[in-house]
Design a protein around this ligand. Structure first.
Ligand code: ZN
Length: 162
């Protein structure tokens, strides 16, 4: 990706989608009354919104191209629209919700890291690297939470199937 405007358009779409995902995950935690994880997801949604605002602000110096869905250049499996939503509407447990979130963060990280590694445009490279670093922090944070929850729910799971 060689065009800063195209990069920013992707970043905006990716962060917007991430914020939405976190808000939905937070809502699903509210249904299960897991306030701890709900709060964490709300915080992550806020980070995504901040990231989104940053991308919008950076793009303020440029003309952001109006892009139609087929103009986005998402690498395979990273397109935010392809995110696997199965189960989010229903009751999901915290570990599964955290894993869904981790999956999203990994995709985001892979997307930015790949651009940082392959672009020849120095401006795109700097920003992609910056965004990739932030996504790496999110991945680490999710890993921590998943570790915490894996320990909490170690007792054998009798399948509570409704
Ligand atoms: Zn993130």
């Amino acid at each position: 990706m060689e065009d800063i405007n195209v990069f920013l358009a992707h970043a905006i779409e990716l962060e917007r989608e991430a914020a939405r995902r976190y808000e939905e995950l937070a809502d699903s935690m509210r249904t299960t009354e897991n306030t701890e994880v709900e709060k964490f997801f709300r915080k992550m949604a806020m980070f995504s919104r901040k990231h989104l605002a940053l991308a919008v602000e950076r793009s303020g110096f440029h003309d952001l191209p109006a892009m139609s869905a087929d103009q986005y250049q998402w690498p395979d499996g990273i397109s935010p629209e392809q995110f696997d939503w199965i189960g989010v509407d229903s009751m999901i447990d915290a570990t599964y919700a955290l894993e869904l979130a981790l999956d999203g963060e990994r995709r985001g990280h892979a997307f930015y890291a790949d651009i940082a590694a392959t672009t020849r445009d120095p401006e795109v490279r700097v920003m992609a690297r910056e965004f990739a670093e932030e996504e790496a922090e999110h991945v680490a944070e999710l890993d921590k939470w998943i570790g915490r929850y894996a320990n909490k729910t170690k007792q054998p799971q009798l399948n509570p199937h409704y």
